[in-house]
Design a binder for this molecule. Structure first.
Ligand code: SF4
Ligand code: SF4
Length: 460
């Protein structure tokens, strides 16, 4: 099945990079900054001047966990504006550049002998983010129809999950066992980019079925994986319970969970893909969470050129980073140093109604209208048009000839809607309807080439 051409417009083919970039450890920096969203200093159990240990929970009882990734002394507690323009509570720690581990985390050697709720509590306490949005109480857990562990990366500018797959095939079975038991999922799938099929052959993936995914953006996004290979929709918490039925966890994150739980350590590090210029120069750096991006630039011996930009989390869906003090967080996937010649400037020019954005949107949104309502802060209409269903893939902005910052407009509308800054109007309930069951028809899947070339192939 292919998309019909609309005035000769076809979806762009944006391929994931298939490059191998060995993981290089970055030393613990002299100073780190940990960010905590929607919190105030009164939520912390430590004050300026106090010594903290690696793995120590810095949150007051019932507020956390908020885990220190280093041993050192708290230098400052204040506010920090993240690249997403949101305000965070920031705690700055001068490190001892060696670890003294908090003893409260216990090693779990045999996952098969451990109760699921104990595993969930351990994963949560260790600071892992993949499950934390839906762990309020480890004993209260939604039914999970499908678990997907993904060796796909979230953006074409990242190769961290792909590298984890190349480097750690012998541990994937253990990661599957841990996640399957922790989530109690009814079915477990490992999503592997098609170009790594050779590595997958003959490797034990435990209880997971393996699917080969076309290495074409945005197939690696969790919403698309959930729709195509899971049970339909991602799990989210809401006021009265849970919606959705599928959990997607990146392979790098899953393997970190294995190492942390087996070692009785918290989530300390993140693999971040570093790239420069138009043709990459891809490297994977393993860094402590909280490390400023200036340390990555130093490690790579790169100074951004005048007129260039730092982009966090990829050119398709990331953010320009205006300060090299921005720390790596648990969700940082990549840092790209954009040269002036690569520069792409958004403009506030008028929409010409060419229709290209609507044609490429994998969620079938009326992006041209949605962009206009969101631009002018008419968020009730943005909600009516389904802004909350946008998966922030960036394809609309990628094809827009007027260079409109569509993703930024729509993301702003989503944040306003979630913060309750708008009043829903008539069609809002219809946009949130679940009449079709868990497999939402709104997310459509691109056919970027021939059926035989791009269709997902299942491996027994
Ligand atoms: S960023 Fe949102 S609106 Fe734009 S193409 Fe992707 S899903 Fe559609
Ligand atoms: S927002 Fe851009 S791509 Fe969409 S219809 Fe307008 S000009 Fe075309």
């Amino acid at each position: 099945m292919g998309l019909r051409s609309f005035f000769g417009i076809l979806p762009p083919r944006v391929s994931y990079r298939g490059v191998s970039a060995p993981v290089e450890p970055v030393p613990i920096p002299e100073k780190i900054r940990l960010l905590w969203y929607k919190r105030t200093p009164s939520d912390l159990a430590v004050q300026i001047g106090k010594r903290v240990e690696t793995g120590q929970d810095l949150a007051r009882d019932g507020k956390g966990p908020f885990v220190s990734t280093v041993t050192g002394r708290v230098e400052d507690i204040g506010e920090f504006q993240g690249v997403d323009a949101r305000e965070y509570l920031a705690i700055t720690i001068i490190t001892e550049q060696r670890d003294s581990f908090d003893p409260s985390l216990e090693a779990i050697e045999d996952f098969s002998e451990t109760k699921p709720e104990t595993l969930r509590a351990a994963v949560n306490r260790a600071g892992f983010t993949a499950l934390s949005p839906i762990i309020r109480d480890p004993r209260v857990w939604p039914r999970v129809d499908a678990l997907i562990i993904s060796a796909m990366d979230l953006d074409p500018q990242s190769v961290a999950n792909q590298q984890s797959f190349r480097d750690n095939t012998s541990e994937i079975g253990t990661a599957v066992e841990l996640l399957a038991r922790t989530t109690e999922a009814l079915k477990c799938t490992l999503a592997v980019p098609d170009n790594l099929a050779g590595i997958a052959t003959g490797v034990s993936m435990g209880a997971a079925a393996v699917v080969m995914v076309p290495p074409v953006y945005p197939y690696g996004l969790p919403e698309i994986l959930a729709k195509k290979y899971g049970a339909g929709l991602l799990l989210h918490p809401h006021d009265t319970g849970f919606s959705g039925n599928t959990i997607v966890v990146g392979l790098d994150h899953a393997l970190s969970m294995v190492h942390s739980l087996q070692g009785g350590k918290p989530m300390l590090e993140k693999t971040v893909t570093f790239s420069t210029g138009e043709n990459g120069g891809f490297r994977n750096f393993r860094v402590r969470i909280g490390t400023p991006v200036s340390e990555l630039l130093k490690m790579a011996s790169v100074e951004p050129a005048a007129g260039g930009k730092l982009i966090l989390n990829g050119t398709m869906r990331g953010y320009a980073c205006f300060s090299d003090k921005q720390p790596v967080t648990a969700t940082t996937e990549s840092l790209h140093v954009q040269s002036p010649s690569e520069g792409f400037s958004f403009q506030d020019t008028q929409c010409t109604n060419c229709g290209k954005c609507n044609q490429v949107c994998p969620v079938d949104l009326e992006v041209n209208l949605l962009g206009r309502f969101s631009e002018y802060g008419i968020y009730d209409k943005s909600r009516t048009l389904g802004a909350e269903n946008c998966i922030q893939c960036g394809l609309c902005a990628y094809v827009c000839p007027a260079r409109r910052p569509l993703v930024q407009y729509i993301t702003g509308a989503k944040q306003a809607i979630r913060s309750g800054l708008e009043e829903p109007v008539g069609m809002a309930e219809a946009m949130e309807c679940d009449a079709c069951g868990p497999s939402c028809p709104a997310i459509r899947l691109f056919d970027m080439g021939s059926d035989t070339e791009d269709s997902p192939k299942e491996k027994e």
